[in-house]
Design a protein around this ligand. Structure first.
Ligand SMILES: Cc1ncc(COP(=O)(O)O)c(C=O)c1O
Length: 466
């Protein structure tokens, strides 16, 4: 790397910015990727180079990077009421309207909506609600929470404890006590010789039941699940999995929380991932595409049973003592209302169900046979291509080789922004407005990257078996 010019954006960033999810030492040498502007599915860096964003930022900008209606909704609300809070029964119309819209669109009957600012905060709040719920019901020992290995629920102390990824735990002293993890429902890696997908789903449910019995069913409060695991590598659980999992949870009176932070709002081909995958959650968490991520906002929906317990306990104590200054902030709420209206008015779901299958079939047709590709997976407009060192044995690369980071950099050089997750799984989650030619553009850049990467790995003697 040539050192950044003095006073360039890169030099200024290196001097002062502490970046999330970044090797902080390497950053001092390599510097940032400075994004200057966006339009549709494209963004430009500060040298004027154009990129197509295969990941909509971070599974975020569902309506692309230049939706004028969202800008106008924010401006209008800024002029009318730029801030108010919702503590102590204060309210305002954007928050009321957004809550009504979410309840009307919920995948199962929901009763009330609580607002926060990020997916992590929403999950954190949902964890507190689960504990409060069991205190209200006089079950002070029923507090343990189950996440999944490779599940992702955020990075606050409690949500990071639910998350099942090593990078979010190591050296941060999490998971906290009382958080346990069950197996990843990933047939490609976890399925054993001769096991059908159905048998694998049964084994996942058996493992969950064993875990609950080992912990003591009276001590287990809730299980969290992303309908399709996102940051863990876009893992689609096998058919029958959720039916079997939910039967186990019901048997032991354990709440089920759907984390729809990525899957919500048509990403998987239905309004909710819960509908695509057959989840009937007691609590549902959403964020990101709720406002197309133009402003930060997240939501926790609770069903009537949960709400009644929260109401009883708060009445006993005198207040529901949790909430954020910006819970339901009127400007993000107004932008979210406009976002949901745009989804309805433009029939975005219909569009996703046209371009999604195209993206899925093209990904499989073009890349399944490639020497570096182990598995292509996904549904709707979310997918991953997992690179492997050995196709036959499904062996992943040694993480120390940093092949995923190298692939993402090469992809960028080819004009596509993507992201490598664990096990060199490269994610695809373009804005929902993406067109077929834009999908082709993403896949063309990906193909060039794959071929260049294969050459580099041979040159560096890192490929195990082609
Ligand atoms: C499923 C899921 N839950 C929670 C979060 C955390 O959201 P945030 O980064 O807004 O805190 C994410 C972020 O990617 C996510 O994918």
């Amino acid at each position: 790397m040539t050192p950044p010019r003095a006073n360039s954006n890169a030099a200024r960033d290196i001097a002062v910015a502490l970046h999330p999810y970044t090797d902080l030492r390497t950053h001092l040498e390599n510097g940032p990727f400075v994004v200057s502007r966006g339009e549709g599915c494209y963004v430009w860096d500060d040298s004027g180079k154009k990129y197509i964003d295969a990941l909509a930022g971070l599974w975020c900008a569902s309506l692309g990077f230049s939706n004028e209606r969202l800008v106008q909704a924010a401006v209008k609300q800024m002029r009318t009421l730029p801030f108010y809070h919702s503590f102590a029964a204060k309210s305002h119309e954007p928050m009321i309207e957004l809550a009504e819209m979410l309840i009307a669109r919920a995948p199962v009957p929901m009763s009330k909506v609580f607002f926060a600012n990020s997916g992590s905060e929403a999950n954190d709040t949902a964890i507190k609600m689960v504990w409060y719920f069991n205190n209200a019901l006089g079950r002070p020992n029923k507090k343990k929470l189950i996440g999944r290995i490779k599940g992702y629920h955020g990075i606050t102390l409690a949500s990071a404890s639910l998350t099942g990824l090593a990078a979010n735990h190591r050296s941060f002293d999490v998971p906290l006590a009382g958080f346990v993890h069950t197996m990843t429902p990933h047939y490609y890696h976890q399925g054993v010789e001769g096991e059908s997908e159905e048998d694998f789903a049964t084994r996942c449910a058996d493992e969950l039941e064993k875990l609950i019995l080992a912990e003591g069913p009276d001590t287990v409060a809730a299980m969290w699940a992303e309908p399709v695991l996102g940051a863990g590598g876009v893992i689609v659980p096998p058919v029958g999995y959720y039916e079997k999992i939910q039967a186990v949870l019901k048997k032991y009176d354990i709440l089920f929380v759907a984390d729809e932070v990525i899957c919500g709002f048509w990403r998987t081909g239905n309004y909710w991932g819960s509908q695509t995958m057959g989840l009937q959650p007691d609590i549902l968490v959403c964020a990101k595409a709720l406002s197309s991520s133009y402003l930060p906002i997240s939501a926790v929906m609770v069903n009537e049973r949960v709400f009644q317990a929260l109401a009883d306990e708060s009445h006993k104590i005198g207040t529901f003592g949790t909430g954020f200054t910006y819970s339901g902030h009127p400007v993000p709420a107004a932008v979210a209302v406009e976002t949901l209206k745009i989804y309805d008015e433009t029939n975005i779901g219909e569009h996703v169900n046209q371009v999604g299958p195209y993206m899925q079939s093209e990904l499989r047709r073009r890349f399944s046979g490639h020497e570096l590709v182990g598995e292509v997976r996904g549904l709707g407009l979310i997918a991953a291509v997992e690179l492997v060192a050995d196709k036959a044995t499904r062996k992943n690369f040694d993480p120390a080789q940093k092949i995923g980071a190298r692939a993402a950099k090469l992809l960028e050089a080819n004009g596509v922004i993507g992201r490598a997750m664990v096990n060199e799984s490269l994610g695809f989650c373009p804005p929902l407005i993406v067109t077929e030619p834009e999908i082709d553009e993403i896949l063309n850049g990906f193909e060039k990257m794959l071929n260049e990467l294969a050459l580099q790995l041979r040159r560096d003697k890192l490929t195990v078996v082609a």
